[in-house]
Write a protein that binds this ligand. Structure first.
Ligand SMILES: NC(=O)c1ccc[n+]([C@@H]2O[C@H](COP(=O)([O-])OP(=O)(O)OC[C@H]3O[C@@H](n4cnc5c(N)ncnc54)[C@H](OP(=O)(O)O)[C@@H]3O)[C@@H](O)[C@H]2O)c1
Length: 248
């Protein structure tokens, strides 16, 4: 597989699953425009991988974010071949204990921002017969008491993926990867206390046939495969669970 000469935008690129995706892309020869809010993590990525990485410290949900991201990628690499919408906000809690504002915040980052970035990158994606990969979650297809809002945003991502796949074909392919539980910094930022987090992780492990959490690199390789036209040129509208069998 080679992605040499391709220019790929990755949101949430510096940590967790985004880092796994970015490292796979760089190994395959792509140039990556890495986006996230924390400058230090992005700088660290760029220092490590050199000129193949352009970066922008940007909240993807902020007004004008998509235009700035597209401009950064085009200035550095002259083109955009693919967008990986990975940045995500996961706040867990039961319906009667959750501030509705949290739903709006999750929707803005998990659904609206990927749609807007795809829209702004569309002329470039069309010109290069490009591709979009959305990082969804098995939470978008299985029921999740205590995490209904998060699950609802990921179900929306799945719907967006399938509808846009039809709308943008045959010029632009749109797919989603649905990770099961992966050990990332996300687990310390869900809003659950330590005991509830441990309980949730134990329950998830018990319901994952492969008996372990996934690695960020195991998600990253599937993203690379979906961007590789030789392998996946006929794949669009696919929701691919990479989940240790959790949805089996
Ligand atoms: N870990 C899992 O078990 C799991 C399972 C299924 C799906 N997922 C999905 O995988 C994706 C990546 O999550 P992760 O587990 O790798 O967690 P993570 O390490 O916390 O990654 C989230 C990334 O998104 C960035 N980000 C968050 N909000 C942002 C915003 N408003 N603007 C720009 N960047 C933002 C974060 O960087 P900054 O904080 O610097 O902005 C961070 O790099 C998410 O979409 C998540 O829903 C994760």
């Amino acid at each position: 597989m080679t992605l040499a000469g391709k220019s790929v935008v990755v949101t949430g690129a510096a940590t967790g699953i985004g880092r796994g995706i970015t490292e796979c892309l760089l190994k395959a020869g792509a140039g990556v425009t890495a986006v996230g809010r924390r400058e230090e993590a992005l700088r660290d990525l760029a220092d490590r991988y050199g000129p193949a990485v352009a970066w922008l410290a940007q909240d993807v949900g902020a007004p004008g974010a998509a235009e700035r991201i597209v401009a950064t990628a085009t200035d550095r690499f002259g083109r955009i071949d693919a967008v990986v919408n990975n940045a995500g906000l996961a706040r867990f809690g039961r319906l009667d204990e959750t501030d509705p504002a949290l739903f709006d915040a999750m929707f803005a980052v998990n659904v609206r921002a990927p749609a807007e970035l795809t829209r702004r990158a569309l002329p470039q994606l069309r010109a290069h017969r490009g591709s979009v990969v959305n990082i969804s979650s098995v939470g978008g297809v299985v029921s999740m008491p205590g995490r209904a809002f998060y699950g609802a945003t990921k179900a929306a991502v799945n719907s967006l993926t399938r509808s846009l796949a039809r709308e943008l074909a045959p010029d632009v392919r749109v797919n989603a990867v649905l990770p099961g539980p992966v050990d990332t910094p996300m687990w310390s930022e869900t809003g659950l206390d330590e005991a509830d987090t441990e309980q949730l992780r134990t329950d998830l492990l018990a319901s994952t046939p492969m008996g372990r959490f996934g690695e960020d690199t195991e998600i990253g390789r599937w993203v690379c495969l979906l961007l590789d036209t030789e392998t996946s040129g006929w794949v669009t509208g696919a929701l691919i669970p990479v989940d240790g069998g959790r949805t089996a």
